[in-house]
Design a protein around this ligand. Sequence first.
Ligand SMILES: NC(=O)c1ccc[n+]([C@@H]2O[C@H](COP(=O)([O-])OP(=O)(O)OC[C@H]3O[C@@H](n4cnc5c(N)ncnc54)[C@H](O)[C@@H]3O)[C@@H](O)[C@H]2O)c1
Length: 437
Amino acid sequence: MTTGVKIEQPAGKLGILLVGNGAVTTTFMAGVEAVRRGIGKPFGSLTQMGHIRLGKRTDHRSPLVKDFVPLANLDDIVFGTWDPIPDNSYEAAVKAGVLKKEICDQLKPFLSAIKPMRAVFDKNYVKKLDGTNVKEGRTKAELADQIMEDIRRFKDTNRCSRLVVVWCASTEIFLRQQPVHESLAKFEAGMRANDPNIAPSMLYAYAALKLGVPFANGAPNLTVDFPAMQELANATNSPICGKDFKTGQTLLKTIIAPGLRSRLLGLNGWFSTNILGNRDGEVLDDPESFKTKEESKLGVLETILQPDVNPELYGNFCHKVRINYYPPRGDNKEGWDNIDIFGWLGYPMQIKVDFLCRDSILAAPLVLDLALFSDFAKRAGLKGIQEWLSFYFKSPMVAPGLYAENNLFIQEMKLKNTLRYLMGEEQITHLGMEYYK
Ligand SMILES: NC(=O)c1ccc[n+]([C@@H]2O[C@H](COP(=O)([O-])OP(=O)(O)OC[C@H]3O[C@@H](n4cnc5c(N)ncnc54)[C@H](O)[C@@H]3O)[C@@H](O)[C@H]2O)c1
């Protein structure tokens, strides 16, 4: 086998730094520790349980992804977090209420040893939260310096050879790209001048990238999705990806919509509504944070169905998304979809979906895969936007001028072909003519 590109081996410890110490972060860290101790399985994680076919179907070669690609071993991972709420990760996990108290108690020594570093937090960007564990600085540039100091200290104290940062913190208010985001020079001047278009999430991303650390964005915030960050990521050889983990309702949407399109079934409307009672739901109860989420959720159908290419089938559909904060449900979201479709001669039909899911249980394996793949990307010499990781996102970042690919199956093929390419294996095109010669 010829090696596609030179890839450094994952020697030493990998530090995974998580912004936010809430439901997703604690479920993720507790889950990794449970897997390490052999008391749980990493269901939902492609890096841990997925296989990848290599060569022809007749070759019968389908190794585990983790045996094919040099990924960090779970035993070599250490965790750190930032949060404006000072609870340690045991207290935060118990409050989040995702995992049973018994498993939190079983993991208590591990979880309670993880104490969040002081956050860069500003209530103007997440209106429904308050916190005391917060950094102070005269300018946003000073705050970014303090985050860089945290990152360096964490690396030294934990003797890590590599780091990645994943944003698992609350959804910030909706911000559009402004002149300050256009170049690194303008962004740095903006940090010094406390430009209001620079949100806390951007300071974490800036700090990570400045130090050459990969950054993945699990929320729909703008964060790293603008030219200044791309310039910085390219300059420091840092992989970046986002936005917004693709977990519950949108995951199903990007599974069902490609099927409708493949069979040329038309769409009159898609109404999606949710009830959710965790802190994320509370934050999203603020219209400005919801707007960020709504934009992220609404985009997927357009790019899958392509109304401009198929005007008679998809030129006029109505797409609505609602999230209702309903505390009794906690993290156990219920998402309903009503899909109005039409077929042969325009006869209407309906599909109803009722997904009783668990938000953080679906998100945790994505955090693991993104952390491991981002670290792998860095070692493989990839930098800037990692479109092959769009498999994990509701609103994938892509090069300027490209539309995002939201079809889950194309995303999966892209991801696996990227791994084959990097490892010097043949691409799989699914042509299959050779079997009939
Ligand atoms: N769970 C899912 O299925 C899913 C899917 C897609 C996206 N997300 C996104 O992931 C994020 C985390 O979700 P969650 O359920 O864990 O929420 P959560 O409210 O339980 O946790 C978020 C944590 O971030 C902290 N935080 C807020 N601003 C911060 C800052 N500036 N710096 C550091 N910490 C900060 C909060 O104090 C809170 O503890 C949210 O933005 C959510 O929209 C989750």
